[in-house]
Design a protein around this ligand. Sequence first.
Ligand code: OXD
Ligand code: MN
Length: 648
Amino acid sequence: MPEYEENCEELFSYGTEIGRFSKQLKHSSYGFFHHLRGVSVVYGDINVLTEKARTYVEDKIDLCKPENIHICDGSESENRGLLSLLQKQGTIEALPKYENCWLARTNPADTARVESKTFICTEKKSDTIPTPAEGVKGTLGNWMSPYEMDKAVVERFNGCMKKRTMYVIPFSMGPVGSALSKIGIQITDSAYVVASMRIMTRIGQEVARAMTEDTEFVKCLHSVGTPANGVVDMPSWPCDPERTLILHKPQNMEIVSYGSGYGGNSLLGKKCFALRIGSTIAKREGWLAEHMLILGITRNGVKRYIAAAFPSACGKTNLAMMTPTLPGYKVECVGDDIAWMRFDENGQLRAINPENGFFGVAPGTSNASNPIAMKTIFKNTIFTNVAKTSDGGVYWEGMENDIDPNVEITDWLGKPWNKKSSKTPAAHPNSRFCTPASQCPIIDPQWESPEGVPISAILFGGRRPTGVPLITEAKNWKHAVFMGASLRSEATAAAEHKGKVIMHDPFAMRPFFGYNFGHYLQHWLSMEKRTTNLPKVFLVNWFRKNNEGKFLWPGFGENCRVLDWILRRLDNEDCALKTPIGFIPKKGSLNFNGLSNIDFDELFRIDPEFWKQEMSSIEKYFQEQVGEDLPQAISEECKSLKKHFDNY
Ligand code: OXD
Ligand code: MN
């Protein structure tokens, strides 16, 4: 075990009394070295694992055959040791301009979620995806049979951790001990993943100790893999892009991810657990696991919470951390990506943010667009695939005014970069910051409340350059579910899609459904039976452009004017006009004080030609993609709106 001992040097050199003591005695930091299935446990205490968790780990040791085992305790000294190890391996480098910040560069073939290689595994295909129409390729997820899954796992994982350390991470999605939280155990061979999971979730002893033999946990197995020919292109970022595969087996509450170290592919608490497996648990238990930010907004001393679903890289983090331009308003952030929501015994919808950090898209984040994020991210943060400055800082597109103009820039690939002469972006468009939520200066005082925060309104939104008004309120719950189902947006860099095509992204969940979308719609519709106090639902679009291609709405902090209108609607103010597509603001009812050149009529124009086409596309999409699984209520909403515009 020489390699690990060397790594332990690092761990211990930063170490606590325990670390130093155990090194002297040639023990692991928790006592004598233990073994699991004949493999040394070189760090951590196996006794903190429940019998069931230990059995799971033992099974995976037999499969992956690691060199040694590290049970993560989540401590500061463990983290420092791992960061130092990663530095030595060349995976990360220090960013001396900031406090405890790091830059990771991935293999350029591993920079985003890979939706085409992401599968849900069920006995029956129809439990996972609706049956698309004859000759049409389904876009609402990928299915794999249990037989194929088992085969794929053995092909990839057998011996995949030879000469590597297997890290075992007990983690909690949501505050440890909350009735709304869920626990997972992630096994991984990437120290980068451990350091990132420590930011994005609650990990370690605290979580392990909260588990009893009865605690159900989501089993998460991850390996960065090794290409079939055995040649690792970039030793600082091993991965196997050719054979990458992200698998979910809801029935076993199991996730298996191979070949990628990046973001949602490897930080399994996020998309795989909190959304895909989470949505199947939510269906079973009667709640909602959604791709939504949660914010608190205070006006005249009255506070309300809003959840909002936007596709990846459409500004969820900016909205969640908004600095309102209107005086007398305060926004506080509960979460920027995922909401777990359920109705409490009084029929009030309550939400928790299951995450512990922000894995935000870096490009576009600046002191102009999101000053709060900029105050959050410059300590204890891992940046991935951003550019670096010669004064030891970071740079990305959008930061032009936030850096010293004299610094030299090295792009995300490690090459000198120059704004004038370089033809490619300095930072990868999907480059990220991974930063603790607790550092956000406007983190909501209730963000870790075990019972969650009360949700009064839900927003859906996307990037729609034409046709879709700035804000529309749903007519009723069925219409609200229809609105979510018909959400469309321009493609972004968060996954492997290319170009600026308008894609259907129902509920901003298209890449994240854990089960058949038709059944998901039915589940949403059924919420009506759970309460008499449903939240109001709105569709927003900050991105409408005029004929010259200029944005009609300034967005960012000015979006508080739209939230203001929403709050007034929640107070039942008579400020809305009924239209076929829902309620829009009455002219003059949006607070435009201090704004000039806002073209209200154009922002809210309902162009029958556009809506005729939009409804045709939506109807076609439902028919081709959802078919028989489309709930009748949604099909009726669709038909009646389509008829209206066809007859216009
Ligand atoms: C994300 C995404 O990383 O949606 O949040 O892709
Ligand atoms: Mn997301």
